[in-house]
Design a binder for this molecule. Sequence first.
Ligand code: PEP
Ligand code: MN
Length: 337
Amino acid sequence: MIVVMNPEASEKDIKMVTEKLKSMGFGVHLSQGVRRTIIGAIGDREKALSSGLEAMHCVEKIVPITKPFKLVSREFKRENSVYDIGGVQVGGDELVVMAGPCAVESREQLLQAARQVAGSGAKFLRGGAFKPRTSPYSFQGLEEEGLKMLAEAREETGLKIVTEVMNQHTVDMVAAYADILQVGARSMQNFYLLREIGRLDKPVLLKRGLSATIEEWLMAAEYIMSEGNYRVILCERGIRTFETYTRNTLDLSCVPVIKRLSHLPVLVDPSHGTGSWHWVPAMSRAALAAGADGLLVEVHPNPAEALSDGPQSLNPENFTNLMASLRSLAPALGRSL
Ligand code: PEP
Ligand code: MN
């Protein structure tokens, strides 16, 4: 449930209500809006209703959150969440493009990719140093060496870094290098990992599971937020359907659905969503038109030589063209790029 404070409520009132809720065994999450403060309280609603809280002058009302996801929901927070990540806004009017290779393969490959995507207007460099591969015989990533290369690319280009963390044992290591921690589709329901990440003060890009429903995905975000890390960005990356012509089926209808259910920013990954670079430009534009806050796109200096996901990676020229078309589309959507 949420405790909506009166617009006139003072810091002292908020503290008093917070302490009271805590003493009754509630998990307490503050959301400071422009006009008023909302206190999210996770626990027994009946207990709160009989506690006399609603009779306090500083409390306007107590509202139950009917959805199974609480902190994630629009009921908890009406305005869109916008995060400032190293000076880049995610979730605001400006669309954000995160681009780069599927995997960090070498220093040269990564720096080349970073210069190219930065030159075309990307704000984040993506690239996995830990790769969740279907086959144990495929390239698994450069691990910490790869993370160091990402940090060097950030140093040189100013791009922020988004990179995947695969298990709870490497969370601290990856977090030491990344600006955003990526949780991959295959890890979306690794609840130990989600909880561990939830204890950090670091933004998270949470990809949708291969066969996850929207509700399961939002519940995964709730795991992270329930530990106190509120900066979650959702990323649609295609789901399994009967269709095999495309690698996955990019579920763009989830974008307006989530925008209604949740205040969290939503990105779309048209690369994994389709599996072929041919479909990436059209689906990128469609994603933004559907209301996505940005894109996660695979770009490789030489896709034919990529160690993973070459067929779905744009080459630098195609990426530059895509960015130009997005720039002309943005104003029609009331956004900037
Ligand atoms: C990736 O972004 O490189 C990746 C592995 O994505 P997903 O987890 O969506 O398959
Ligand atoms: Mn990939």
